[in-house]
Design a protein around this ligand. Structure first.
Ligand SMILES: [Zn+2]
Length: 278
């Protein structure tokens, strides 16, 4: 299996988003109001996977319409995101870096993707979906879809990015994997498993890619960097601190497994575009 790590745009967020105390409203308000000096640029990672069943894409990053000229464009952002999310993310996508553009550069059309897996419905993970129509399957855990109606998620997950997409919702089932013992075994052979890692959102999935004893975990936003689980630092912009902690403990356990090759977080600035083969 090969995992190509792609940066499909960036967010420029308050320094307290990666290492800042769960989802307290007071902290979230400060994150929205942060001045540019107090912000850091983080990548929005998307993963293109060469799997025996075909090409898979995990998450979709930002779309071109949010950053037409490749830089932060407040007016373009305001057309797609409510004001509070625009203030939180300050998103931009340099030329050639949307998922669709990077796939095209590799000669891959959306219709060549056998599966697009959405880890959760936050805008930075699903905005690119509109540019990937034709993908053979779009997969989302039912739990993530179900809870999207809750006010706290309505405020952070604009429906316009995904509500009309032909999303296939799959149920988590009992599993030895994950902090909740809930997973979706996509092909029934253990090679691609969506594992529920709640806390950032209720239904969020991490993706475990396994080849024999070796595996890579795409942790989505359960953590922003290994520092979160190694130093017990709860990320900000979460929903449930207790669950965030539980998910971090699980990632820590998995990192200690001798088969674990790497755990990749969606917004870790240390993770550069690269290919992992295993
Ligand atoms: Zn994110």
């Amino acid at each position: 299996m090969k995992v190509h790590v792609l940066h499909c745009g960036y967010i420029r967020v308050s320094g307290s988003v990666p290492f800042g105390s769960g989802g307290k409203l007071r902290d979230t308000a400060r994150q929205l109001l942060a001045t540019d000096r107090n912000r850091m640029t983080l990548p929005v990672c998307v993963y293109l996977i060469e799997h025996p069943a075909g090409l898979l894409l995990v998450d979709t990053g930002w779309c071109r319409a949010i950053s037409p000229a490749g830089d932060f464009d407040a007016e373009a952002v305001a057309r797609l995101l409510p004001r509070h999310l625009a203030a939180l993310y300050h998103p931009f996508v340099p030329a050639g870096m949307t998922a669709r553009e990077q796939l095209a550069a590799r000669g891959v059309r959306p219709g060549d993707l056998c599966c697009v897996i959405l880890t959760h419905l936050d805008a930075d993970h699903v905005a690119g979906l509109r540019e990937l129509s034709g993908a053979q399957r779009i997969i989302l855990p039912e739990d993530e879809y179900f809870w999207a109606c809750r006010m706290v998620y309505k405020n952070r997950q604009p429906w316009s990015f995904w509500i009309d997409a032909p999303i296939e919702r799959l149920f988590y089932r009992g599993s030895p994997l994950g902090p909740n013992r809930w997973a979706i075994d996509l092909f029934g052979d253990g090679s691609v498993q969506l594992v529920n890692v709640p806390g950032h959102t209720d239904g969020q999935a991490a993706v475990i890619l396994r080849n024999g004893a070796r595996f890579v975990i795409l942790a989505a936003d359960a953590a922003f960097s290994p520092k979160n689980w190694r130093e017990d630092l709860i990320p900000g912009f979460g929903f449930d601190e207790k669950f965030q902690r539980k998910s971090l403990r699980w990632l820590k356990e998995m990192e200690e497994d001798p088969g674990c090759m790497q755990i990749l977080c969606s917004h870790d600035p240390e993770i550069l575009p690269q290919t992992i083969e295993f």
